[in-house]
Ligand binder design. Structure first.
Ligand code: HEC
Length: 408
C-alpha cells in the first residue's frame, strides 16, 4: 500500500471523519446498560433493529428470545440491559385497529406456547386436526391438539437451527426450513427424529418458506440469498436458482390449481412463478414501485392475492392478463398486512402493526372488509394456514402464542 493512502487513513482516524470506523449503536442515548447493548446486540443482526421499539411486555419477551438464541449477556446483566432498552426504545406510535362489523361470525382462540421467547414463526394445520408451529428462537417444533389442549414440543437436532417455515408431507412428516443453518429439516412426529438436508450452496444461508407441489416436490424461498429451490424427498436432491431481479428477496409461496408454484418478492414490487421442470422464473411487476408483497394466497379461480406490507394494501394480480387491483387495508397505510390465506370464499389476513392486531376478512365478491381485534393484542402473525375444516390458524410471534380463528 503506498504511503500516501496510509497517511490519509491515519488522518481520517484522527479527525473521526469516517463513520465506518465508529461502532454501530454509539449514537444511542447514554445510560446504564448502553455499553453492553453496543458491545453485544450487533453480533448477529443490525443493532438498529432495537429502534423498532416495544412496550414493556414486548421487551421482556425479546429478552427471552435473545437469551434462547445464546446472546452472550450474563444473567445478572440482563435486567439493566432490558431496562435500558425499555427506557430508550419504547413502543412507537401504532395505527389503532379499525374494527368493522359484517355478516360473518368468527371467534379467535389463542394458546400460549410453553417455551417463553419461542418466537412462533409459522403455523401449520395438519390433516389430523393438530396445529403446529416453529419455535424460531427456541429451536423446537410444537404441536397442539386444539380439542384437548394437549401440547408437545419437539427438540431439534442442531443447536440454534432457527426453524422458520413449516409444512407437512403425505406421510405426516413435518418439514421445516432451518433458517439459521442453511438447511431443510424433516421431523418424523412418531419417533421425534430429525433429518437435515444441507443446501448445496454456502450462499443459500437462510431458507425461508416451503410448500409441496402435487407431485411431492418441496419448493422453498431463500430470502437474503435471492434464491428459489426445490428438494426431491425421494432422492434428497436439491436444485437452486437465482431470482432474475437482484436483491428481490423471494418470500411467501403458494400453489395454484394447475400445480404451478408462485411466490412474492419482498425486496421489490414483483410477483413470480417458477416452472417445475426448467426452474425458469417469470415475473410480474406491480404498478406501484413502493409495493412490497410479503405473503401470498391463491383463490380457486387462480387469482394471486398478496399483502403489501409496506403500503398497507391487499392486492390481487390476475396472472393471465397482468391486471392488478388494490384495496387499502382497514387500519391504513401503516397497518402492515402480513400472513394471509384464502378459505371459505374469502381472504383472511393479519394487520401486524395495528394496535391491537386484527384478523381481516375480505370478500372478493362484494369487495367488503370485516375485521376482528385479536384478544390480548396478538402481535405479529407472520404466516397463516387453514385447518381441514376451513378455519385459519395463526402463529403470533411477539406474544408467543398460536391461534385458531373459528368461522361459524
Ligand atoms: C446470537 C445472535 C443474536 C444476538 C447476539 C442478538 N440477537 Fe436479536 N435476534 C436474533 C435472531 C436470530 C432474531 C430473529 C431472526 C431475525 O429476524 O433476524 C433476532 C431478532 C431480534 C429483534 C426483532 C424481534 C422480532 O420479533 O421482530 C430484535 C428487536 C432484536 N433481535 C434485538 C436484540 C437485542 C436488543 C440484542 C442485544 C441484547 C440482540 N438482539 C442480540 C439473534 C441475536
Amino acid at each position: 500500500m503506498p504511503k500516501t493512502s496510509i497517511a490519509s487513513i491515519v488522518v481520517a482516524l484522527l479527525c473521526g471523519t469516517s463513520a465506518a470506523w465508529s461502532q454501530p449503536g454509539q449514537d444511542f442515548p447514554p445510560g446504564p446498560g448502553k455499553d453492553k447493548v453496543v458491545a453485544v446486540c450487533n453480533g448477529c443482526h443490525d443493532i438498529n433493529r432495537v429502534k423498532a421499539g416495544y412496550n414493556a411486555a414486548g421487551w421482556n419477551m425479546l429478552q427471552h428470545m435473545m437469551q434462547n438464541f445464546g446472546t452472550p449477556i450474563a444473567p445478572e446483566d440482563w435486567p439493566i440491559v432490558t431496562t435500558y432498552l425499555m427506557t430508550n426504545f419504547p413502543e412507537r406510535q401504532r395505527p389503532p385497529a379499525v374494527v368493522i362489523s359484517g355478516p360473518v361470525q368468527a371467534s379467535i382462540k389463542l394458546w400460549d406456547v410453553p417455551t417463553i421467547g419461542s418466537r412462533p414463526h409459522d403455523p401449520l394445520a395438519t390433516k389430523d386436526g393438530a396445529i403446529w408451529w416453529t419455535g424460531q428462537l427456541s429451536n423446537k417444533l410444537g404441536r397442539i391438539d386444539p380439542k384437548t389442549g394437549a401440547i408437545r414440543e419437539y427438540f431439534l437436532k442442531s443447536p440454534h437451527s432457527g426453524p422458520h417455515g413449516l409444512t407437512e408431507d403425505r406421510d405426516g412428516n413435518i418439514w421445516f426450513t432451518a433458517n439459521a443453518m442453511g438447511a431443510i429439516g424433516k421431523l418424523d412426529p412418531k419417533t421425534g427424529l430429525v433429518t437435515e438436508y444441507k443446501l448445496p450452496d454456502p450462499k443459500a444461508k437462510d431458507p425461508h418458506t416451503l410448500i409441496f407441489d402435487r407431485d411431492g416436490i418441496l419448493w422453498f424461498t431463500v430470502q437474503q440469498a435471492n434464491i428459489v429451490g426445490r428438494l426431491d424427498p425421494k432422492t434428497g436432491d436439491i436444485k437452486l436458482v437465482t431470482s432474475p431481479t437482484p436483491r428481490s428477496r423471494p418470500y411467501g409461496m403458494a400453489l395454484n390449481s394447475k400445480n404451478v408454484v408462485f411466490f412474492v418478492e419482498f425486496g421489490t414490487n414483483k410477483v413470480a412463478s417458477i416452472d417445475a421442470k426448467t426452474m425458469a422464473i417469470k415475473e410480474w411487476t406491480l404498478p406501484n414501485p413502493g409495493a412490497r408483497p410479503r405473503r401470498i394466497a391463491i383463490s380457486p379461480d387462480d387469482m394471486i392475492w398478496y399483502t403489501d406490507f409496506a403500503r398497507g394494501f391487499l392486492g390481487r394480480l390476475d396472472p393471465a392478463t397482468g391486471e392488478v387491483k388494490e384495496w387499502q387495508s382497514p387500519s391504513g397505510p401503516k397497518s402492515e398486512p402480513y400472513g394471509i390465506v384464502f378459505t371459505k370464499g374469502a381472504l383472511w389476513y393479519n394487520e401486524a402493526f395495528a394496535k391491537p392486531n386484527t384478523i381481516v376478512r375480505f370478500d372478493p365478491k362484494t369487495e367488503q372488509f370485516q375485521t376482528w381485534a385479536i384478544p390480548g393484542g396478538g402481535d405479529i402473525v407472520r404466516n397463516m394456514d387453514v385447518t381441514p375444516d376451513g378455519n385459519p390458524v395463526t402463529a403470533n410471534s411477539l406474544t408467543n402464542q398460536v391461534g385458531l380463528v373459528e368461522i361459524k
